[in-house]
Design a protein around this ligand. Structure first.
Ligand code: ADP
Ligand code: MG
Length: 711
């Protein structure tokens, strides 16, 4: 029996029993028990210190050393009470994962004993060696120092992995000279500038808000689960996160019987533990269901403040992976683990609130509607003007297989508004500057909007950027990506639009306000309505239409990353203080390098698997056929079917060897990624054909029909 068949037996022999829960599980009581959130702060800190810290968290008031010392002490007591022995600054380098280096609380004393120590300084500042993190040329290796600095707006939490409990402190990460080396710092900067411009815009409408403007995010996370026994036999999944080989199974998702289907017991057991883990960490896991592809699932939290939600999504990905491992699964977060069926995205539900007011919520009166329509037009302008940077935030070797493939949103960025809202936009475009009663057009700030149905606006799944009632859902983001990238871009471009609109509004006399606003929004709609598209984003006709409209269609990662280093975009980030020009350029370098490295790994692994696993299986089969044929011939029987089969396998083997050789030459000569990808695809095409011809007993790699359906 080959290893693949043994894996099948192992899975079949699993005899899982599940505990029936008959006692109540107190979700509310367990929620946040391992998070040093506001409620815990209140319990552990003295009133004055608690109040001071709250000022920092809610209003961004700078923190002083004395407060930090008290907070650190409280944090240490709390964490040690909950079993932690170590702490770590937890940060987001440009690798796309989170990073941590643990220090114990232990401090030995001269008498051979020990005390525990964790000071305000330990809490606020860390100094990890930065030399092995990507910096895109910002930090030369001789100046290896990097700094991590506490982000008090994201609560510390206790991570429990492999029996160890570690206090994790969310931090930013920058170089000795202050350039940022992480994803959190620019996110915080972009949140700040968006908030500033939002409050300025509201002031034009006569609204003074005390509280901080808050961008919000609900990140729906899609993922695949496969049995670990299969994973261990798939070096491609292990090293690249996706299958580099695999013939399509006869049944995949065409019956549409998986989506929202009943959740199988072993998966349910996994999901239940994921939810409990997330609740413990204070992450508001809410929704769980089967997704479209077989073995594909989704988890969605209740939305939170954007910076927090971004940290939480990093933890969601980690918890998914760790809990999967415990349950004998592997969780695949790659955007396209399996060719030919749906890939995974991360639907980025984004909105903006000031006080109790969600600016993307259509209001109940003309004044509120005017704010809503202004925000809406600002987003339309931002997305049209900067579709290229939004696209760049979704670039990556994995997402290249998804964007533009027939089930995912296309690489063309457009906005879905739904019929009713588009009708309102049409009226704004026609523009009614007169107040005459019989004018059909809407007068902003005077007329009321018809009530907009919240749910029906949402049902276009083909749009990369859809208005869904009180928020925008950016669906092009990749399932493996940090939420930081897309939201840094979104915040910055909307901040610019707010800035431009506010600058015009501020010049208006009160008596001119409505007329002036109407004109401003009319101009925006006229100039940018080409980005609105309510039709089928998957259809080839849209590609042609989008081209006519002049919308960019950046298909591959190298194309999509280019706009990052356009002068206009470098200037935009600089103007709003999100990235210095050096920081933008360094990011381009890092992401391009990551792409090229990933393609190099994929191409050389394809070659290796093809030569060492697939070719030997095919040769064994050919040998078997030839032997049978020889034996038959000895008995005088002629079998033309067998002869043609031998010919077919022999031809396929020859083709495979040629494709291998071609790929090998390209790799040796370090040819362009495009050429290597084409050659890699040619190897796969022949290998997949062989999979459908070769004796099943001789095929070593677990098949799609097994990985996607056996759990
Ligand atoms: P669907 O699958 O139909 O897109 P879900 O209910 O699964 O919808 O996901 C919607 C996501 O949007 C949830 O995470 C939800 O918390 C989030 N959301 C709702 N309101 C807002 C808001 N104002 N800002 C950001 N996210 C929001
Ligand atoms: Mg969604």
């Amino acid at each position: 029996m080959n290893a693949r068949k043994k894996a099948l037996v192992k899975i079949a022999e699993r005899n899982e029993t599940y505990q029936d829960i008959t006692t109540p599980y107190k979700v509310d009581e367990n929620y946040g028990s391992d998070s040093f959130g506001i409620k815990t702060l209140e319990d552990y800190l003295s009133k004055p210190i608690y109040r001071r810290l709250l000022e920092t968290i809610k209003k961004g008031v700078p923190l002083d050393q004395a407060v930090a010392d008290d907070v650190a002490h409280a944090m240490k007591i709390w964490a040690m009470n909950r079993g932690a022995t170590h702490y770590t600054h937890w940060f987001m380098p440009l690798t796309g994962s989170s990073a941590e280096k643990h220090d114990s609380f232990l401090d030995p004393t001269p008498d051979g004993k020990a005390i525990t120590r964790f000071s305000g300084k330990n809490l606020i500042l860390g100094e990890p060696d930065a030399s092995s993190f990507p910096s895109g040329g910002l930090r030369s290796t001789f100046e290896a120092r990097g700094y991590t600095a506490w982000d008090p707006t994201s609560p510390a939490f206790i991570k429990r992995v492999g029996g160890a409990a570690t206090l994790c402190i969310p931090t930013i990460f920058c170089s000795y000279t202050g350039e940022v080396l992480d994803k959190k710092t620019p996110l915080l900067r972009s949140i700040q500038v968006l908030g500033f411009q939002a409050k300025r815009l509201l002031r034009c409408f006569g609204i003074e808000e005390e509280s901080k403007a808050e961008a919000t995010l609900g990140a729906e996370q899609e993922y695949f689960l496969i049995d670990k026994n299969f994973y261990l036999l798939r070096p491609d999944i292990m090293q690249t996160g996706r299958t580099l080989f695999g013939a399509p199974p006869q049944k995949h998702q065409q019956l549409e019987d998986h989506y929202f289907g009943s959740i199988p017991p072993r998966i349910m057991n996994f999901m239940a533990e994921v939810d409990r883990e997330l609740w413990r960490l204070g992450i508001p896991a809410k929704t769980r269901h089967n997704e479209v592809a077989p073995a594909q699932f989704e988890i969605a939290p209740v939305f939170e403040e954007l910076n927090l939600a971004t940290d939480h999504n990093m933890m969601v990905m980690e918890v998914l992976r760790n809990v999967a491992d415990k349950h004998g699964f592997v969780c695949l977060l790659h955007e396209k683990p399996f060719a030919g069926i749906n890939g995974s995205g991360k639907h980025n539900n984004w909105s903006l609130s000031v006080g109790d007011r969600n600016l993307l919520n259509p209001g109940n009166n003309p004044h509120e509607n005017a704010i809503f329509l202004t925000t809406l037009c600002a987003v339309i302008q931002a997305v049209d003007k900067h579709a290229d940077i939004l696209r760049s935030a979704t670039a990556g070797a994995g997402n290249d297989h998804r964007l533009g493939a027939n089930e995912a949103p296309p690489a063309i960025i457009s906005i879905f508004l739904g019929e009713q809202l588009t009708d309102i936009i049409d009226q704004i475009e026609k523009g009614s500057v007169s107040h005459s009663k019989n004018s059909k057009s809407l007068v902003i700030g005077v007329d009321a909007l018809p009530p907009l149905p919240r749910d029906v606006t949402d049902r276009n799944r083909t749009s990369p950027f859809a208005f869904t009632g009180n928020k925008f859902e950016f669906r092009a983001a990749g399932s493996s990506h940090s939420c930081a990238g897309p939201n840094i871009m979104l915040n910055t471009i909307v901040a610019e639009a707010f800035d431009e609109i506010a600058t015009q509004l501020e010049k208006l006399k009160p008596s001119e306000f409505h007329k002036g606003l109407q004109k401003i929004l009319q101009n925006i709609v006229k100039k940018h309505r080409r980005v609105i598209f309510n039709g089928n984003g998957y259809s080839p006709a849209w590609e042609i239409e989008a081209k006519k409209r002049g919308l960019p269609n950046l298909r591959s990662t190298p194309e999509a990353l280019k706009p990052l280093i356009d002068k206009k975009n470098i200037e935009l980030f600089e103007k709003y203080g999100v990235f210095s020009s050096g920081e933008t350029k360094s990011r381009y370098e890092v992401f391009m390098e990551e792409y090229v490295k990933k393609i190099s790994i994929e191409t050389s692994l394809t070659l290796s698997i093809s030569k060492t696993t697939i070719l030997p299986s095919a040769l064994k089969y050919l040998d078997r056929l030839a032997e049978t044929s020889g034996k038959l011939a000895a008995t005088g029987v002629k079998n033309s079917a067998l002869t043609s089969k031998i010919k077919l396998i022999s031809i396929l083997i020859e083709k495979l060897c040629q494709a291998n050789d071609a790929l090998e030459v390209l790799i040796k000569n370090n040819e362009s990624t495009e050429k290597r990808i084409d050659a890699m695809n040619a190897v796969r095409a022949t290998a997949d054909k062989l999979e459908t011809e070769v004796d099943d007993d001789l095929w070593e790699l677990p098949k799609y029909s097994e990985m996607l359906f056996i759990y």
